[in-house]
Design a protein around this ligand. Structure first.
Ligand code: RB5
Length: 141
């Protein structure tokens, strides 16, 4: 699934087009125009679906990427990573076993967003020492 607010609507449309052209089946969870909206209204449904195991991986965006990421990470089974380089997108999979990528619609070019998304989708969790660390993330004090 993919979701965003108005700050990343154009990016969402672009990424959906690329994903479809590359054979992915993608659920569009909005927003559906550049009209101003509140990002939690679109991010919560996607994050809950990933949290509940309905989907393995998700893509979220807002202007900065932060509002979307902060919202998604309220769910205990969600690990959403904010990315602005391809290496970051690889690392959130390799080290953090991230199940959601957050992209800042107003701060990265469309091509970079697609490159990061491909890296996210095609990189596996490394496991090993990172398993213990990732397991500790949701063990709140
Ligand atoms: C919307 O103007 C903007 O606040 C939002 O897209 C996002 O950047 C919030 O974190």
């Amino acid at each position: 699934p993919i979701a965003c607010d108005h700050g990343a609507f154009e990016m969402k449309e672009y990424l959906i087009k690329e994903l479809k052209e590359h054979g992915y089946i993608i659920k569009d969870m909005g927003t559906y125009s550049t009209d101003s909206v509140d990002y939690p209204d679109f991010i919560h449904p996607l994050a809950k679906a990933v949290n509940d195991g309905e989907y393995e991986l998700g893509i979220i965006m807002c202007g900065s990427g932060n509002g979307a990421q902060i919202t998604a990470n309220k769910y205990l089974n969600v690990r959403a990573g904010l990315c602005w380089t391809v290496e970051q997108a690889q690392l959130i999979r390799m080290h953090n076993n991230a199940n959601i990528i957050s992209i800042p619609g107003r701060f990265v070019e469309l091509q970079l967003a697609w490159d990061m998304l491909q890296a996210f989708l095609n990189t596996d969790f490394e496991g090993g020492r990172h398993i213990t660390r990732v397991d500790k993330i949701s063990k709140l004090l």
